[in-house]
Design a protein around this ligand. Structure first.
Ligand SMILES: [Zn+2]
Ligand SMILES: [Zn+2]
Length: 681
């Protein structure tokens, strides 16, 4: 008999030689059915691994992220197996599981490339392999055996050589983390039927356990992400625990494409990326600029109310500043190269606002009475992003951060962090994002500055705040920046995707580097703590998130045109202008679209523009002082709405930051009319 300890602290008695699957079965049939792997004493293993007495075992189920990763990685093996079957002589590189799916990189014989049609053929072959229910069998090999096993597979050999020996290549180990462990002495592989792949595991027991998958697309990818190395063919796929979960994911992909901010930005004429300016550098057109201005104005007002002081700082600086701040040591790869001016003086475009704000703080002696000092700026920064990762407004080379740096005493730190997080979550809520979890990033191994004690204190303060809000807190061990721990707010959008928006970062280091001080109540000099905080992240990226969250149909207060008035005939033009004037007086952004096109064509055009309200005015309205209301959210028009009633309801909707979809503004006594066709004119 052996005794197994379970995650809840209870124990289970099993027979000698029993494995994790037997353990799951002893707990329940459903658990056994859902099990895909197990964690034994902290190490992920196959279900078939015999357990030892006293082991601590957790079963990984198919509907957990860890379980899905096992399904996805196992499916990636089958993908490689199918490709090697269809293209004899193909080379296979790495095939990890990734968020929502997996990929595998290949080099086809003679430089051939996959076409989208090939995906179907490959899928078919994969299904045949799954139907055959081949067992995944783990093998251990010495380095030499491994090299021999993959004699005609150069990428596998490079992985083995890279991690073997006295100085293992840790980057390669991380890239190929699904494939190999960097202990330098042995490699493991998994074999099913004739196919074998380098692999750390774990895997599902057999290929028959898989099946809810789809191959999505082909892309080019350089071996090890290096443009000087061979270009490989990457096949992306997705795999889930059930057909239902797969179908839901595929639906999300379709929705994500429909909501793509790059498409919406073009359709609504909001922004563009002129090639003459360069990759990742956006220009905002009048309508996009209006939305952005409204976002910024609202944020500015909230910051004034929140006790922030506004500052302005330049876009370039001498190298000296970034030498003191440490950016040239830690961040140089993301900075634009320097400009040489004034006889060899090097100037850099600023990649971050922090050191500039520090100099504002340091411009004179500070007293404890001035703390917390909250400096705020919409600060434009420039970062060199590789052209391969630049993406619409979400990954750009020039962006504006709504950046704040807060200087406070250590005693004030916890209170300030709490207030800050509340401020951030409230303001995000005003933009319609209100489903969050928090992620706490702790000390990165190897490259951090600052003492253990400082990091621990900062991490604890952030943890307290997160738990205090009752929000889910996810630990991102080792994911912090070099200068301090970070809490990030992850917001869920309308289709269930999470976006990292705000970040709050504690920093004990910059105040030391710059020698910041304040004079305390005790008349002695003290070092302040610095908190970095970007609320939107960057204005550009947040703009993109809002466009995708709302699929372009932003809440009324943010729409560049809130109301359009359509006269039915040209003798209604004067009344249409009167209606527009009344709305303009109430602060509404309104346009009149005069009667030089059929009414229905005009209604459709403005609906495509996602204008919240299209008002139609005809004969009856001129006499009665009414309007016909076509809300963005509705196929039906509401006729004969008194103008003042509409203005009141609309003003309320704007003040509440609501939208027509929420129906907050429908006047209660409206009469439902017929769908708008040509009304009696
Ligand atoms: Zn594997
Ligand atoms: Zn900063």
């Amino acid at each position: 008999m052996i005794t197994i300890r379970l995650p809840d602290g209870s124990t289970k008695e099993l027979q000698d030689g029993d494995d994790a699957l037997a353990l799951a079965a002893s707990i329940g049939r459903r658990l056994a059915k859902a099990a895909v792997a197990a964690i034994v004493d902290g190490v992920p293993v196959d279900l078939g691994t015999p357990l030892h007495d006293g082991a601590e075992v957790a079963v990984i189920t198919e509907d957990s992220e860890a379980g899905r990763a096992v399904l996805r990685h196992s499916t990636a093996h089958v993908l490689a197996q199918a490709v090697l079957g269809l293209w004899p002589g193909a080379h296979y590189a790495i095939g990890p599981s990734i968020a929502d799916g997996f990929y595998y990189d290949f080099e086809l014989p003679g430089g051939a490339t996959f076409s989208d049609d090939d995906l179907e053929r490959i899928e078919e072959k994969m299904r045949a392999i799954m139907d055959a229910d081949q067992a995944f069998v783990r093998e251990e090999h010495s380095i030499d055996e491994g090299l021999a096993l993959f004699a005609d597979q150069p990428f596998k050999r490079e992985i083995i050589e890279g991690v073997a020996g006295p100085a293992p290549d840790l980057t390669l180990s991380a890239e190929a983390s699904g494939d190999i462990e960097a202990d330098g002495s042995a490699v493991s592989a998994y074999r099913n039927d004739g196919f074998v792949d380098l692999c750390r595991g774990p895997h599902v027991a057999s290929t028959g356990r898989l099946g809810h998958f789809k191959l999505l697309r082909v892309a080019g990818a350089y071996w090890r992400g290096d443009e000087h190395r061979p270009q490989l063919q990457r096949i992306y796929g997705t795999a889930w625990e059930s057909d239902k979960a797969l179908a839901e994911h595929l639906h999300r992909l379709v929705e994500a494409e429909r909501r793509d901010h790059r498409r919406i930005g073009a359709e609504l004429d909001l922004f563009s990326f002129p090639t003459e300016i360069g990759s990742g550098l956006a220009v905002f057109h009048p309508k996009g600029a209006t939305i952005r201005r409204l976002m910024e104005e609202y944020s500015r007002q909230r910051h004034i109310d929140g006790g922030y002081d506004f500052v302005y700082t330049p876009h370039i600086s001498k190298a000296e500043l970034f030498e003191i701040s440490g950016h040239l040591d830690w961040f140089a790869e993301s900075m634009y190269p320097p400009m040489e001016l004034d006889e060899g003086q090097r100037y850099y475009l600023k990649p971050m606002n922090c050191p500039f704000h520090v100099l504002v703080y340091r411009s004179r002696q500070r007293s404890y009475r001035e703390l917390p000092m909250r400096l705020f700026e919409f600060g434009s920064v420039y970062r060199y992003e590789k052209s391969g990762v630049v993406h619409g407004l979400t990954r750009v080379r020039g962006m504006t951060q709504d950046d704040s740096h807060i200087f406070c005493s250590r005693e004030e730190m916890a209170t300030e962090l709490g207030a800050l997080l509340t401020f951030v979550l409230d303001l995000l809520g005003d933009f319609g994002l209100d489903d969050f979890y928090l992620e706490l990033s702790t000390r990165p191994p190897g490259k951090a500055v600052g003492s253990d004690e400082e990091w621990a204190e900062a991490t604890e303060a952030l943890r307290d705040v997160a738990t205090g809000r009752g929000l889910d807190l996810l630990m991102d061990e080792g994911g912090g920046a070099f200068y301090g721990p970070k809490i990030s707010v992850q917001a869920r959008d309308a289709i269930g995707r999470y976006w990292q928006v705000s970040t709050i970062q504690l920093d004990f280091q910059t105040p030391q580097r710059f020698g910041l001080e304040y004079v305390g109540a005790d008349n002695a000099r003290h070092r302040p703590v610095m908190i970095h905080r970007a609320l939107f992240g960057s204005v550009e990226r947040f703009f993109a998130i809002l466009l995708e969250h709302y699929a372009g149909a932003l809440p009324t207060w943010l729409m560049p045109v809130q109301v359009v008035v359509l006269p039915v005939r040209d003798d209604h033009n004067d009344y249409a202008h009167d209606v527009a004037a009344a709305l303009r007086d109430a602060g509404v952004r309104v346009e009149v679209d005069i009667a030089d096109e059929p009414l229905n064509a005009r209604i459709r055009r403005w609906k495509v523009e996602k204008v919240p309200y299209v008002l139609v005015v005809g004969d009856d309205d001129v006499g009665a002082g009414t309007v016909g209301v076509n809300a963005r959210s509705s196929e039906r028009a509401v006729r004969d709405v008194p103008l003042d009633e509409f203005v009141t309801a609309l003003s309320a909707e704007i003040a509440e930051k609501s939208s027509p979809e929420k129906g907050a503004s429908s006047p209660d006594e409206v009469r439902e009319g017929s769908p708008v066709t040509e009304p009696n004119g």
